[in-house]
Design a protein around this ligand. Structure first.
Ligand code: GLC
Length: 606
């Protein structure tokens, strides 16, 4: 067993503003999407025992913590993001005993476990919601119930309280005949939103969080946590009433308007997060809290993550993964590099003094960054651009998150038929856009799905080149729940683990660098040549220790722009190349010619 030895950042180095420096300030977190990671009982779904069997692999990679996407009991409408019992494990994934076992085995490897916490909503099958359907129950006010639009027959088309659309299609309001009212669901109709204004709701959530921390988990990734404080009643009223509903013309192309502007970063968010901190985390040490940060600007991120404000350790911001979407996910365009640089730089600048950044390009909701922004046209470019994107991300200041399979350069799913998809967002969006609202034709929507569907990152982990890529047994009578990517023969962990030039080995090197080099972990960030369309460059520094990060993020040779070229003017010492995705002498020859080849990337000590 390889138990890791990691030096914590000394306290004379400033990280997020806390003293002592938190354990996560030079840590790397690995996200596991349990149903796609490793199946141990041949039912075609990954499980907790499967994860336990791969801890040794994660220890080799060198990560410090696992973020586990939800494994709680769930009807699985949204793959576990719809929880029906917060204090149990879904049978698909195993039992509470398996979870205890995984915790103790991970801890023995020096790996912490962060659980996903989904408390903006529950499943409609949760006991709280079932009780809430009775107006006389003590749970009556635990969800957002509203009457039908004035003058309309409840439950008839158009009688919804307003025109809000659910994120996964249809109206955001679902009529419940038993209660005779509508409940709000920001996501699918099987995910009713909890009413956080009710203190009983909040305390039930805090109790549950304490229960898990007492059991040994090391923190939480908080799902859509910035949606918990809402301004429903400005918009929850009927058209024509005072402060009334959204006018028809505000509806988008699919016929609905969005509830998000009325729930992202609502007026009581800070208050709730501070209360949670007091009720759950006060007196505890060694945990990590990371919130999903929809609607959070870099400046608000600084506020929420400043340790003085006692809210969250870090947040996942969205501006940088939206730079090619212009607010319209299904119309994702070609990336313009200066936009990505600007978004990242703004996030980095905002946490210059206090607060902290999380660093990610991939997760279970995003397409694979390698397919999206890299170059998969040839095997060489695929490997080289995977390393270049990794170097680019990991050299920023913050806590990097590696999403399963990213470390071996997995790519988008390559699906061509709607039947291959399992994600409810993708399937519902297809029907809503193509069949109902008719804003996109079938062929172009299939193209959109192939580029941005969430299933692109959810295909089974590619462990080896066997039929099901080692995710589930070849002799299994059950096929994997989502098809294995056809490229498992060339892209798999078995091939890469011990090969020094693999994507896996490169990630390992990046992780080691963060553990061992305080400038990589905590150095100040300064952007360079922000308008250049090919070269992504910046410096990181502490005192007179300075690192220059240079990536040609394009598929053509590119000249070094002015500021970068000036800093590299006499760069000819291979021993100062901290890391590169090519032979160090070779990359310095490119630097000497003031031109980097496609996807060349290096870090130079200046
Ligand atoms: C978050 C999750 C996503 C889920 C949604 C609803 O965005 O990351 O997977 O569908 O919340 O819980």
């Amino acid at each position: 067993m390889t138990t890791k030895q990691r030096q914590l950042i000394p306290d004379d180095v400033h990280t997020n503003g806390a003293t002592p420096n938190p354990w996560w300030s030079n840590a790397v977190v690995y996200q596991i999407y349990p149903r796609s990671f490793q199946d141990s009982d041949n039912d075609g779904f990954g499980d907790l025992k499967g994860i336990a069997s791969r801890l040794e692999y994660l220890a080799q990679l060198g990560i410090d913590a696992i973020w586990l996407s939800p494994v709680y009991r769930s009807p699985q409408d949204d793959n576990g993001y719809d929880i029906s019992d917060y204090r149990d494990i879904d049978p698909m994934f195993g039992t509470l005993d398996d979870m205890d076992m995984l915790l103790s085995e991970a801890h023995a490897f020096g790996i912490k476990i962060i659980m996903d916490l989904v408390v903006n909503h529950t499943s409609d099958e949760h006991a709280w919601f079932q009780a809430s359907r009775d107006r006389n129950s003590e749970y009556a006010d635990w969800y957002w119930w509203r009457p039908a639009r004035k003058g309309c027959e409840p439950g008839t088309p158009g009688a919804e309280p307003n025109r809000w659309g659910g994120t996964f299609g249809g109206s955001a309001w679902q009529y419940d005949p038993q209660r005779g009212e509508y409940y709000l669901h920001t996501f699918s109709k099987k995910q009713p939103d909890l009413n956080w204004e009710n203190p009983s709701v909040r305390h039930a959530v805090y109790d549950m969080m304490n229960w898990w921390l007492d059991r040994g988990v090391d923190g939480f990734r908080m799902d859509v946590i910035t949606l918990i404080s809402k301004r429903i009643d400005e918009q929850g009223k009927l058209p024509g009433e005072d402060g009334g509903a959204i006018a028809d013309e505000e509806a988008g192309e699919e016929g609905y308007s969005s509830p998000w502007p009325f729930s992202m970063d609502g007026p009581r968010l800070d208050e709730y997060l501070q209360e949670m901190r007091r009720e759950v985390f006060a007196g505890r040490k060694g945990y990590l809290t990371v919130g999903e940060g929809q609607g959070i600007s870099p400046q608000r991120n600084e506020y929420i993550t400043d340790p003085e404000h006692e809210e969250l350790d870090m947040l996942f911001l969205f501006d940088h993964v939206g730079v090619d979407q212009n607010g319209a996910k299904w119309n994702t365009e070609q990336l313009e590099l200066p936009k990505l640089k600007a978004a990242m730089a703004e996030q980095q600048e905002a946490v210059k003094h206090n607060g902290w950044a999380s660093l990610y390009f991939n997760n279970h909701d995003q397409p694979r960054a390698l397919s999206r922004w890299g170059d998969t046209s040839t095997p060489e470019m695929r490997v080289k651009s995977a390393k270049a994107l990794a170097l680019m991300l990991h050299m920023h200041k913050g806590t990097p998150y590696v999403y399963q399979g990213e470390e071996i350069g997995m790519t988008n799913a390559g699906f061509t038929k709607l039947e291959q998809y399992r994600d409810l967002e993708s399937i519902n969006a297809y029907h809503q856009r193509v069949d109902e609202a008719r804003v996109q034709d079938g062929a172009s929507m299939m193209d959109s799905l192939a580029r941005v569907s969430r299933d692109n990152s959810r295909t089974p982990m590619q462990w080896d080149d066997s039929t099901y890529a080692g995710f589930t047994s070849e002799n299994s009578s059950n096929t994997p729940w989502l098809a294995v990517n056809k490229n498992k023969d060339t892209i798999n962990a078995a091939d890469q683990r011990d090969r020094p030039d693999s994507v896996f080995s490169f990630y390992k090197e990046l992780i080691d660098l963060r553990h061992g080099n305080v400038v990589v972990a905590a150095g100040d960030f300064a952007a360079l040549d922000v308008q250049d369309e090919h070269i992504y460059a910046f410096t990181r520094s502490i005192g007179d220790q300075r690192l220059l990060v240079v990536v040609n993020a394009s598929s053509q040779a590119a000249s070094l722009p002015e500021q970068t070229a000036a800093l590299l003017a006499d760069a000819d010492d291979a021993s100062r190349v901290l890391i590169a995705n090519e032979d160090h002498q070779n990359i310095l020859r490119q630097v000497a010619r003031r031109k980097l080849e496609a996807w060349s990337a290096l870090v130079y000590e200046i």
